[in-house]
Ligand binder design. Sequence first.
Ligand SMILES: NC(=O)C1=CN([C@@H]2O[C@H](COP(=O)(O)OP(=O)(O)OC[C@H]3O[C@@H](n4cnc5c(N)ncnc54)[C@H](OP(=O)(O)O)[C@@H]3O)[C@@H](O)[C@H]2O)[C@H](O)CC1
Ligand SMILES: [K+]
Length: 496
Amino acid sequence: MKILTASQIKSCDITTIEQGISSINLMEKASGCCGRWIEEHFNVTDKFLIFCGTGNNGGDGFAIARMLYEKGFDVEVYIDQENLNFSNDAEINFRKIKQIGGIGIHDFNDFLNINREKTVIIDALFGYGLNRKLSGKNKTVVEKLNSIKVVKVSVDIPSGLYADKLPDGDSVVIKADFTLTFQLYKRSFFHPETGKFCGKITVLDIDLDKEFIENAETDYFVIDEDLIKNNYRPREDFSHKGTFGKSILVGGSYGKIGAVLMTALSALRTGSGLTFTMAPDCGCQIIQSQIPEAMFIGCGDKYVERIEIQEKAVYGIGPGLGKDKKTQNALFGFLKYYDEPVVLDADALNILAQKNWLDLIPKNSVITPHPLEFERLFGKTNDSFERIELAKTKARELDIFIVLKDHHTAVITPDQKVFYNITGNSGMAKGGSGDALTGILTSLISQKYDIENACIFAVWLHGKAGDFAAEKFSKEAMLPTDLIHEIGEVFKYLVS
Ligand SMILES: NC(=O)C1=CN([C@@H]2O[C@H](COP(=O)(O)OP(=O)(O)OC[C@H]3O[C@@H](n4cnc5c(N)ncnc54)[C@H](OP(=O)(O)O)[C@@H]3O)[C@@H](O)[C@H]2O)[C@H](O)CC1
Ligand SMILES: [K+]
């Protein structure tokens, strides 16, 4: 699914309207989708306080108020009565609710304490037309709404948030529990500084012009299930273990054997045909007894001291590797002569950063840094938008793929495309989750998924398995090994 900018969405609106539907009917359709969602998720005994701005986001709010009222809901509307300079469509819908006696219309300043129990706030102050930070009564009413613990539903975008950039420094933004956004995700939904205002996001299809969206230029995409289902290749029956590639997972050090063990286990669970672990001898018993399916190649006593090159294999290097001098030399010796794509994670990245060996990374390799590892590799950035721009530059310069791990992990490609993942949860923020991702990635590349698709599929699969594990064990109790064991459930889900 594409992510378009606010101005592209506005142009798409205009194109849709030029194709035949009037703007007021497009608003009616958008508001109707919101009304139906609200009706499905709340009780008729709930009271709705709908806060409306002067633009079409406010117009949606007026239309939603009318629709909920007509369905028997208790509705009150709040506006800035000192600024009735509405957009054309907002004006039309404002007049409609004024004619309905049963909908109270109040000024923002009249909004006093409320019975929180049965009240739902609908935020229809601003949408993608926001072009400066909130001030005056708009700012005051948002601060007031944020200060009370009551369910908030934002129409299109939490008011105060821009669609595709960070808010200005001391901005005020509605902290929504739900965001009902029209047609496409907005980029700010996926960044840590901004996504936290959205709550649970639902994309409502309002039938915007499909051809416009198809032809729209963008570098930004969401990894949605359509993309995955087009990408996933069910296993052929007439095949043998060699068909499904050879993964070599390199890592582990004394006391951190579990990392490379989890990486190997997740490579196997992802369907790797032949799986080897290259780890220090101190890990041999542990790995061989826990994963008999993975062959073991000893490469040192307590640390990885050498990384031998094997033909027709895909290497995943880093989990639990440590940064011992011998290990540094082993990594240097390997990368100096190996020019096939590799997956580099954790301490492999920290060694490359520390020794400034970035130019040793083979083309089309995949690095999987979390933000701190990214900073060690490429330097500080002021915010996550800047970090993505730097990642795009580095992916192009080094001709590599960057899987930038965060709440919404992003895959950045050498041709500067950015794919945001929407599976996963905070239960995965535990040591070992990254090791599992490395195994999934290595396994998919060894199974001949092209690198871009392997990265996209891997982050989605990893997050989905994490969601299944959270469902089963709770976010607090779930373990990375639970996530690994749920990988099979995700494959079954994909073919269901
Ligand atoms: N395709 C769709 O997604 C559809 C979306 N719809 C809804 O329309 C809004 C966008 O409506 P728009 O009128 O373009 O803009 P907003 O309602 O977001 O903002 C209204 C105007 O407010 C002014 N503004 C901007 N920032 C501020 C601010 N900080 N303080 C005060 N006023 C502000 C600005 O006008 P100016 O003249 O003052 O610059 C905005 O134009 C979208 O989000 C959806 O909710 C349609 O209903 C259907 C299709
Ligand atoms: K809004």
